[in-house]
Design a protein around this ligand. Sequence first.
Ligand SMILES: [Ca+2]
Ligand SMILES: [Ca+2]
Ligand SMILES: [Ca+2]
Length: 288
Amino acid sequence: MSFKSTIRAAGSILIAAVILGAAGPLEGAGFLRGDADGKPPINITDGIHILKYLFLGQPLPCKDAADVNDSGEIGIEDAIHLLLYLFVAGPPPLPPFPDACGADPSEDALDCEKSPFSGEAVVYLIDRSGSTAGGDLDLEKREVLRDIENFSSCVEFGIIFYDTNLMKFPAGGKPVPASSEFKAAAKAFIQSVQAGHGTCFKSALLSALDLADLARAERKRIIFFSDGYAACPGTDSTAYSNQTLQEVKTRNQGKVPIHTVGIGSDINENFMKALAAQNNGTYRKIDR
Ligand SMILES: [Ca+2]
Ligand SMILES: [Ca+2]
Ligand SMILES: [Ca+2]
């Protein structure tokens, strides 16, 4: 093969790779048009954000997302387009919207600095130990289902139910974008889970950190539902809890906030608050 044809061959491989890349799945990559502040959901705040950019020079995290009509420029018409869509059922923002957080389909001079992904990732850890059978499991499920329903497709999420074992969604072990397809699959999964036996939350927390590591989003958080009492076969409850705090702290180094949510009539709040505090999270409890 001559030098020229080698270059030509390399060129076509490169072009093929680019085309394949462009046509390939954009799972979790890109932006959602209209989400001008880069924080799901899309609401009036995004319209205001566009106006503040235009009139007060406030920066935009992703200019493409503010170009609601995909004209290649950001103007007052983009804010109007969005507000009409939100309040009087006007036409929706142009793609990528509403169900495909993705790349800009049309070339322009606008950039998306937070590209390829500017959403957030949420990993849920849900207690399904025997003690949750009396209604607490349903309360946990309701909270998680409500959250997921409200996510835009730029949010990635994963779910782990724990007792002595772990049940994970998605089975593939990597957070998925909250597209309507994955939302429906997650809903079916959540609804199918029954209460089990035991509470081995250490492996659940470490597994959630692994899952969070695999998310592309910049902002990540773990939401941990529990009554705070360990009951892992073959271990002493207090020693196991202390070990959990230590190992999670060492592994996480405060990088992913772990928010703790107390459930049940008797909550070990010392544990729940300590876990949250050591991992830049907050503690709250669900009222029954
Ligand atoms: Ca927003
Ligand atoms: Ca525009
Ligand atoms: Ca464009």
